[in-house]
Design a protein around this ligand. Structure first.
Ligand code: ATP
Length: 233
């Protein structure tokens, strides 16, 4: 479904990604793993058209979307939740969601505000509160929920467990598994194995902009060398 082949991406003259290839099949949860600065965010931005790769291709659903502007990438069915939470602080939780509303899409789950409140009960309880009054973890949930309002068939989640309380981390893992159950494809980035272990079918390990491992999560776990060398464990 998502097929990234040999992408090189730069910031100015600095080469950040070196021939990155990875894939995600429909309905799969793929973890993009690697230490701080390994290139996870740059990979996601390169897929979303926020950074234009200088070499390689990004294909989605059989279409070449390499370097397309982000709004067209979204239209193709991709939703992106960046690391920094992007909510409207003065709008209520419910208003934050309606802002993201888009028409239904073939082959993707269709979300309404009420369906999302069923998925995120914490947000339902706070539906009339301003977004800015939520905790960090709840703001993270709200960002994900708002992205889902666009009815994507694949979501990219940049470090969804970053900086949130352990109890929320578990809820986050449950949400991701429920999204998978709805048929959504998920690509998430993560610095350590603990969260990824809860949700991922497959893993792709990056170091210094290069892919060091791609395969089943179980195979990654079977080789402790990889974790010790490339990940924070
Ligand atoms: P993190 O966990 O910190 O988000 P990451 O694996 O997502 O790590 P990236 O954010 O993709 O890593 O960064 C990869 C490299 O690119 C790092 O060396 C970083 O310093 C550099 N970099 C990131 N953004 C820029 C930028 N806007 N300009 C120049 N260099 C950048």
């Amino acid at each position: 479904m998502l097929e990234v082949r040999g992408i090189d991406s730069f910031y100015g003259a600095a080469k950040i990604l070196r021939g990155v290839s990875l894939s995600a099949r429909a309905g799969e949860v793929v973890a993009l793993l690697g230490r701080n600065g390994a290139g996870k965010t740059t990979t996601m931005k390169s897929i979303m058209g926020l950074v234009r790769p200088r070499a390689g291709t990004v294909r989605y659903d059989g279409r070449d979307i390499t370097g397309q502007p982000p709004h067209l990438v979204c239209r193709a069915g991709l939703g992106y939740v960046p690391e920094e939470r992007r909510i409207f602080k003065t709008l209520t939780v419910q208003e934050n969601l309606t802002v993201g509303e888009r028409p239904a899409r073939d082959g993707a789950p269709f979300w309404t505000v009420e369906r999302l409140f069923a998925l995120f009960p914490n947000l339902a309880e706070r539906r009339r509160n301003p977004g800015g009054a939520l905790s960090g973890g709840e703001q993270q949930m709200l960002t994900i929920a708002r992205t889902l309002m666009g009815n994507p068939s694949l979501v990219l989640l940049d470090e969804p467990s970053e900086g949130i309380a352990p109890v929320i981390v578990e809820q986050m893992a449950r949400v991701i598994l429920q999204l998978k159950g709805e048929g959504l494809t998920v690509l998430l980035s993560e610095q350590n194995l603990h969260f990824a272990r809860l949700v991922a079918d497959r893993a792709c390990v990056l170091e210094k902009g290069e892919v060091k491992f791609e395969g089943a999560f179980a195979d990654l776990e079977a080789d402790p060398e990889i974790g010790a060398r490339y990940l924070a464990v």
